[in-house]
Structures are given as C-alpha cells and as structure tokens.
Write a new protein. Structure first.
Lengths: 278, 351, 338
C-alpha cells in the first residue's frame, strides 16, 4: 500500500478491487487500552480472503474494539491506545507515514446504528465516500456506480425511482442497506460490520444476511455479532472472544465456523455456543 | 355473537363542582368589589379595581372550596388560578406593547411618503404627509447587512473551532465567548467608538455601527452555532471518517450541511438582537436626515436612532413618526422571528 | 481445530506497551485546524480586549480625578466635577426594581408553561416568550413612557399616600393634594425598572422553563402515584430540581437589566443624588450616563465615562459568570444549553 495522495480515479480503485479475493488481512499481537485500562490482550487473527469471518462472544469482551482497530477507528477515541500490527497484504497499516484516510478507503465499515447523511439524497449518500475523499468520477460512471452499489446492497429495486429523496426517509432496514451501499461504493478490499442488524427487525435482518452472503465473493467481510444463530448462518470462519471479570479480553478459540460451533476445543467455547451464558 | 365495538372512555379531570366553585367565586368577588369600590368607597382607577377584584376572588375561591375539599387541594387550585393570572399579565403586557406601537404609529404608516422619502428639508413639526423614514430603513438594512457579512463567517468559524477542533485553548475561547454574549451593547459601541473613531480617525459612519453590531453578534452566533453543531449525531462523523474522509471534508460536507437550520437560526437571532441596538448607533453614528447608501463615508441614520432622536424632540408629530418607525422595526423583528420558527420546524417524515 | 496466525514475523513488537501513533494529518486538515484556531484566537482577542481596553482607561481617569471619582455624587462637566457614586446606585436600583417585578412573574409564567398550560398551546407560549425577548429595547422604552407611565404614576401616588412613611416609597411632595404634582412621580426608578423588567422576564423565563421541562419524569410519576396534586408534584419534584436554573436564570436577567440603555434613556430624567426613593422622579444609570454624555465630553471626561463603562463591564461579567457557574454545576443545568 502506498502513501500517495488522496486523489485517484475510479479506474485505479477498480484495478485494486479485482484483486480483493486475494486480500490478506492479518492482525498480530493486538492489545488495546482505554485511558490506561487494558481491554484487549495479545489478540491475533488471520482473516481468509473472500469469506465472512464472525467475531462472537458475550458483550463487553472487546469484539467491537478489535474491529475498530482493523480500520484505525479506535484511535479517534480520546484516551485510546493500541499495540501490535495489522497487516493488509503484508503492509502494516499502523506504520509511520501511513495516512489513516487511505487505510479507511481500503477497509470500510458499517455501524450498528444506521447513519445515512440526512442532508443528502439517496443517490448522493451512495457516492458520499467519493465526495468526501475527492475521488473524481464523470456522470456516467457515477450513475453506474450508484446502480451497482445499490444492487449489491440489495436496495436498487426499492429506491431506483426515488434517488432524489433524502437519505433519512427510508425505513431502518433500508437505511442500513443504504449504508452498506455507501461503504461498497468506495470499493474497499475488506468490509467491517459492527453488529449491523442489532437495531433492526427480523425481516430486515434476514435481508441483510442475504446481502452479506452475496457479497462475500467480492469483498472480505468481518462481522461482529452477539447473535450466535446469525454467526452460524452467515460466516465461514469464527473467532470466539471472552473476557474474564476485570481482565482484558482475547480470543479463546478460532477456526471454521462449523468446527467452533459443533466441535469446540475449549470448554468455555462449548459453554457459550451451548447457550450457558451470553 | 354480535358485540358492540369497544369505544375508549371519556375521562374528565374537572368535575361540575370545580367549575361552579370557580365561576361562583369570580362573580361573587366581582359583585362585592363593584359594590365596595365604586359605590361605597367611591375610589377610582382601573388598576386598583382589578387588583382588589383579584384579591377578593382568591379569598372567595378559597372559602367556597373549603366546603368540600381538603387543604392541599385548595392550595393547588389557588396556585393554578394565580399562575393563570400571572401568565395573562405577562402575555397581556407583550400584546399591549405590540398593539400600542402599531396603533400609535398608524397615522404615519398610512402615508406612502413615509416609506419613500427621507427627512431632508423637513422639520420635525411638519405634517405627516411630508418626510419619511426611507433613510432610516435603508440605513438599518445596509448596516445590518454589513454586520452579517462580518459576523457570520467569523461566528460560524469560531463555532466550528469550538465544536469540531476543540482542545484546551478552545475551552478558553468558549468561556470568553459565553461571557461576551451578555456584553451590554453600549460598551461594544463605546469600544468601537474609541478604537475606530478616536484612534483610527474614521468618521462617524454606518460602517462603524456595523462593526459594533458585529462585535455583539459574533458571540451569539458562535455560541448558538456551537450548540447546533454539537447536536449533529456523532454517528455521522464516524461514518464519514470510516469512508476515509479528512476532518475538513467531514466538517464541510457532513457536519455543516446537517446543522444548516441551527446555524441559520443562530444567525437570525443575532440579527434580531442587532437591529434594535440603539445605544450602539447613538455613539458611533451621527443621526443624519439625508438618505445615503454609502456606509463608509457618510453618517447613516437607522431605525432605532431615528426613533430616539424623534422622541427627544417632544414634538407630537415627531413622536407619531417615531412610533411609525418603531412599527416598521417591530415588523422586521416579527418577520425574522417567524423565519426562525419556520426554519426549525420538524422536517420531513421520519420513521 | 483452531488455527493461529499464519504469518508470524520473527521480529514481533512487544504487545504489552502502547504504540505511539501518528494520525498522519493531511495537509488540508493541518490548514483547517490552523485557520480555525486562529479565528478562535482572534475572537478571544477582540472580545476580551474590550474589557482590557476599558480597564486601561482607569489610569488617566484616576490620574485626573483621583479616587474621588468613585465617591463624588454629582456630574457637572462644566465644572469638571464628576463622579459615579449616584450613578452606580441608580444602576443598581433600576436593576433591582426590574428584578423584583420580573422574578415572580417569570417564575410563575415558566411554571405555567411547563406544567399547567394545555399541551396544544405550549409551543405557542414558548414562542411568545422568545418573541418578547426579541423585541428591541427602545420599543419597550416607548411603551413604558407613553402607555405605562400615566397608569403607573397613580400606583406610585397610592403607594406614597399609604406607605410613604417607608423611606423607599416616600416622595418629596404632598400626595394628598387635590391637584397632585404628576411630574414628581414620572421618570422615576420605578417606571424605568418596570420597562426593563419587560426585557428581564423573557430571559429568566426561558431559562427556568427549559429547566422545569427537564425535571425527571420518573420522580414526577412517583409523586403522582403517591396522590400528589399538580402543585404537590411541582413543590416536591420540579422546584427542588430546578433550583440552580431558577437562580442562574434570574442572575442572567439581572445582568441584562444592569446594562440596559435605550429604555432607561427614554424614560428617566437625569438626577445625580444618593437617594433611595424609587417612586420619585429623577435618577441615572451608568449606561444612560455614557450614552447621554459622551458627545460633549472632554478627553478626560471621555476616559471617565469609559472607566464608568468598565465598572459596568465588571459588574455584568461577575453576575453573568456566577450565573453560568451556578447553572452548570446544578443538577438541573447539566443538560441545558443556556
């Protein structure tokens, strides 16, 4: 990954994107602090390309914190610190001289609470990432990008006739899919999702899970979820996080989702997937 | 099996007894005060009558209620009555101000020349079909316009600084800005007078008034603007960061557009405050009777200044003109006010 | 079967110490932050500079008039014998009269709006209060002089007739005369205070109402469930909760009343004496003094006026800062944006 300036054309982005299925994302020895209190201890995870990796575990174990370290959002919180390395195709994204803005264009994020920009129309919301990073596209490319992104997010048919309406005029599930489209429009190599369905009703949740399944061949996905059934439904890899009382969190067990859920090696994993605690 | 559809029940909180007690007390006290005040004691004065009526009403009401109600309920009802009266007093005072101003100025307002002429060559005692306040209206508009051009960029930039950049120094700025929103306008005028007019040597012009107005307006815009920016949900800023935007990009394309209505309201509030600033104009501007559109070189009249100087002449016709100008000023404030209400209405359908 | 990280470099950085990260600020962001800070500094300088500037004027004033500037009662510019003793007292009197009228009315109106008014008209009431605050002060001055004064002086006369033994209400004339001297009752502290109260009421009321609205709903419901009347709920939950907002809002209004110029100018007739007879004609406030005298002031009188302005500045700054601190520290003010 280079440290060249922000202005790129969409042509370059697509070129990078075609290699997404060969994207390797590795987290090595990650620790995290909030105002001096350690919340993650020596976590390592290797994210296989073109798959969905689920981070599971009870709430408060550091799953979201770990996710935010993967795209350098963690450091925007005052008092937050990290240690370790995150390597995207072999390059440490935390190396000095690396621009965070560039990192975040390669590794995108969808948040728990849908947050479309209310001052922009649906169409503008989709291309907001381009506007924000001053990426130039011509009008034809823009229209095509909007259609492609919304289709990939499973929203195109519902909104194609009202692209001019404000982004906040949609239902919760639609708003979240709009946010997914917005993240996809930047053509990231990896998409991080922080409990994307927890604020949605079951029907919208199902639609989004279908979307995630369709996307995984084009973009590597890491999803945090505290819903075990969802993890089984959407992911191929899983990592189980746990934090003992007053201790920093870490990964207890990781591997193929099927293995983690049906043949867990660690007794704590077994207890969790069995539903003994949540 | 047919069943009648279920209807919601009507639940009334006031009983018939409550209404009778209230009306009875009002009538009885009125009759008593009427008898005593006007016929027995033969005192005069509307104010005294009303006050006596209210006092005796409270006594009667308390007495009537005590037949069936326990003490804490009586206290509750009396307090309710008192609060209604207090609200009526204050709102009545406001209404009387607005109505009186328009009523007194009406004689001047009906003449077209009031809006199209200035007072050059017209003495204060001249009849109302001569002269007008065109120069004052124009002066106010130009002075406020320049003040806005100065104050809005500075104020919004300061608000952005306090809200988006922050830091320890920003806290100092916020403290000073907050203290300055309460600065008496005459001190701002005095400051500008000495700096610009005495030291720098500029003449007493409309521009000096604008600068002093801007000094008053900037803290208001900065503080109300900061509040408007803070209300923008942090999730939006996060989403923008996660897309790879720089801080400036996020502020310019996400935060500011979302806070548009709040920032506009802050500006309008500051303007409403600025256009009524009499003391400022008194000190930094000469009250010319000529119409001029050059704020840099000439003294400009403005509505508050015109009102004040006309009032000081103590001439009846000049005072009618003063009220006329006051009506125009009040109308401007009303329009601005309605604008703020319209801007902060609930927009669109949110689900 | 669990897998571990596939590429473990041989030189693994220790995971037990935090890394020092450079956020790698873009050039545009550096410019943004820099310009932004500069603007903040500029505003700080100009607005803070006002106080400093006025204060520096005390030096030539003290040099010319000495400390007697603060004790001299009269203001006779022709004799160059000036002082702000009477003026300072007048300022305080007008402000206090205004607050005596404004505090109960603002409190009752705020309570009415937040807890008693029918819900449908509540937003109109809030708008009405905001409108009251937006009306320019000179209009209240005209209202006070032409509409209120003729009626208020009958009240002044009644008070001096029946309570004239109390120094505050005494007026230097015969209130019982068949043809009473109206001019002894006009242009008084009382009338000016009444006009200023029209500006103090909406300010205090807005703060108080915002604070009343924030009284915790849970506590309100508990009081209701125990059988409390509406006033009972107000007395036990709302008023204790809102103490800070009530005091703070009143002090903000007081600060405004101290600095009010236009209405006072129109109503009063300047008189320089130490007196407490608020119903009697004649008084002077600092802001009216400055506005009325700066035009014909000599250089040293001008710096004297500015010293008077500095005194006013200090007083209002003190009052407003105290108000802000009280509001912020109180339980009710924590969430309020005043």
């Amino acid at each position: 990954m280079t440290t060249t300036d922000v202005e790129t054309t969409i042509h370059d982005l697509s070129a990078t994107h075609r290699a997404a299925s060969e994207t390797h994302l590795d987290a090595i020895g990650i620790s995290a602090w909030f105002s001096g209190t350690r919340v993650l201890e020596n976590v390592s995870l290797s994210v296989p390309p073109a798959t969905v990796t689920a981070l599971i575990g009870p709430s408060g174990c550091g799953k979201s914190t770990f996710l935010r370290i993967l795209n350098r959002m963690h450091e925007s919180i005052p008092g937050a610190q990290m240690a370790g390395e995150v390597r995207l195709n072999g390059d440490d994204i935390y190396a000095p001289g690396v621009r965070v803005t560039t990192v975040r264009k390669r590794i995108g994020m969808v948040f728990q609470k849908p947050n479309p920009f209310p001052a922009m129309s649906i169409g503008d919301n989709v291309t907001a990432g381009l506007a924000l990073t001053r990426t130039k596209v011509n009008r034809a490319q823009r229209a095509e990008l909007i259609e492609t992104s919304l289709t990939r997010a499973g929203l195109w048919r519902e909104v194609k006739d009202r692209l001019d309406q404000p982004g906040s005029a949609l239902s919760g599930g639609q708003q979240q899919r709009l946010c997914i489209a917005r993240a996809l429009a930047v053509q990231p190599d990896v998409l991080l999702m922080d409990e994307p369905c927890s604020a949605l009703d079951p029907t919208s949740t199902r639609r989004i899970e279908e979307t995630i399944d369709e996307l995984r061949s084009e973009v590597t996905i890491v999803i945090v979820t505290h819903n075990m059934q969802q993890a089984v439904r959407v992911s191929q890899q899983a990592a189980f996080f746990l934090a003992e009382e007053g201790q920093p969190g870490g990964i207890v067990e990781q591997g193929l989702t099927d293995d983690v859920f049906h043949r867990p090696q660690d007794p704590r994993t077994a207890k969790y997937v069995h539903g003994d605690f949540g | 099996m047919a069943s009648t559809p279920v209807q919601p029940r009507k639940i009334r909180s006031l009983t018939a007894d409550d209404w009778v007690s209230l009306v009875g007390a009002i009538l009885a006290s009125f009759a008593l005060v009427d008898l005593l005040y006007l016929h027995v004691l033969a005192t005069s004065g509307a104010l005294g009558f009303v006050v006596s009526w209210f006092v005796s009403f409270m006594l009667f009401y308390a007495g009537i209620l005590s037949f069936v109600n326990p003490r804490h309920v009586i206290v509750d009802r009396l307090v309710t009555a008192a609060l209604y009266v207090a609200a009526l007093i204050v709102l009545g005072a406001l209404a009387s101000t607005v109505v009186y101003t328009f009523a007194q100025g009406w004689r001047a307002l009906v003449h077209l020349n009031f809006y199209t002429h200035d007072m050059s060559g017209v003495s204060p005692t001249a009849p109302l079909n001569q002269g007008g306040i065109l120069h004052a209206i124009v002066g106010t508009v130009i002075e406020v316009g320049i003040a806005i051009a100065i104050a809005v960029p500075v104020g919004v930039a300061t608000a952005v600084y306090m809200s988006e950049v922050g830091g320890r120094f920003a806290r100092w700025v916020r403290t000073v800005v907050e203290a300055m929103t309460a600065l008496p306008e005459i001190l701002a005028g005095l400051f500008v007078y000495v700096i610009l007019i005495v030291y720098v040597g500029l003449p007493k012009t409309g521009f000096a008034v604008s600068v002093a107005m801007a000094v008053t307006m900037v803290p208001i815009i900065a503080r109300a603007g900061e509040v408007a920016l803070r209300v923008v949900p942090s999730g939006l800023r996060e989403a923008s960061s996660a897309l790879g935007a720089t801080h400036w990009s996020t502020v310019r394309k996400v935060v500011l557009p979302s806070a548009k209505a709040g920032l506009a309201t802050a500006t309008i509030l500051a303007v409403a405050r600025g256009i009524g600033e009499t003391a400022v104009a008194l000190i930094t501007s000469g009250a010319s009777s000529f119409m001029t559109i050059n704020p840099i070189q000439n003294p400009m009249n403005s509505l508050p200044l015109f009102i004040f100087t006309a009032d000081q002449t103590h001439e009846p016709l000049a005072i009618v003109r003063a009220f006329g100008a006051a009506s125009v000023l009040l109308a401007m404030v009303l329009v601005l006010f309605i604008l703020t209400r319209w801007l902060s209405r609930d927009k669109g359908a949110r689900r | 079967m669990s897998t571990s990280a596939s590429n473990t470099p041989t030189t693994l950085r220790s995971s037990s110490e935090p890394r020092l990260l450079e956020p790698g600020l873009e050039r545009s962001d550096r410019i943004f932050h820099g310009l932004s800070t500069l603007t903040g500094a500029f505003v700080l300088l100009v607005t803070g500079g006002i106080g400093l500037f006025l204060g520096l004027q005390a030096i030539p004033t003290l040099r010319h008039y000495g400390l007697s500037f603060f004790t001299t009662v009269v203001w006779q510019p022709e004799l160059d014998h000036i002082g702000i003793a009477a003026v300072l007292l007048g300022t305080l009197e007008v402000a206090l009269v205004a607050m005596t009228l404004a505090f109960p009315l603002a409190l009752m109106l705020a309570l009415f709006i937040s807890d008693y008014a029918p819900v449908k008209i509540k937003s109109y009431l809030v708008s009405a209060v905001d409108l009251m605050a937006a009306v320019p002060s000179i209009i209240y001055g005209l209202w006070g002089f032409f509409l209120l004064q003729p009626h208020a002086i009958t009240l002044s006369r009644w008070l001096s007739q029946n309570f004239g033994w109390f120094p505050l209400f005494h007026v230097d004339t015969d209130p019982n005369a068949a043809v009473w001297q109206q001019s002894r009752y006009t242009s008084s502290v009382f009338i000016a205070g009444a006009a200023v109260s029209m500006m103090a009421i909406p300010l205090a009321c807005a703060v108080m109402r915002a604070v009343f609205d924030q009284a915790p709903q849970g506590e309100r419901e508990a009081a209701m469930a125990l059988g409390g009347t509406r006033f009972g709920v107000v007395r036990t939950v709302v008023l204790p909760f809102a103490r800070g907002g009530i005091i703070g809002g009143s002090m903000l209004a007081l600060g405004r009343a101290l600095g009010e110029t236009a209405a006072v100018l129109i109503i009063i007739s300047p008189a320089y004496e130490i007196k407490f007879r608020v119903l009697e004609a004649g008084t002077q406030t600092i802001s009216a003094l400055i506005a009325g005298n700066f035009g014909n002031a000599t250089a040293s009188q001008l710096s004297a006026l500015m010293t008077a302005g500095f005194v006013l500045f200090l007083i209002t700054l003190l009052v407003n800062t105290a108000a802000a601190v009280i509001i912020r520290r109180s339980r009710s003010g924590a969430g309020t944006d005043i």
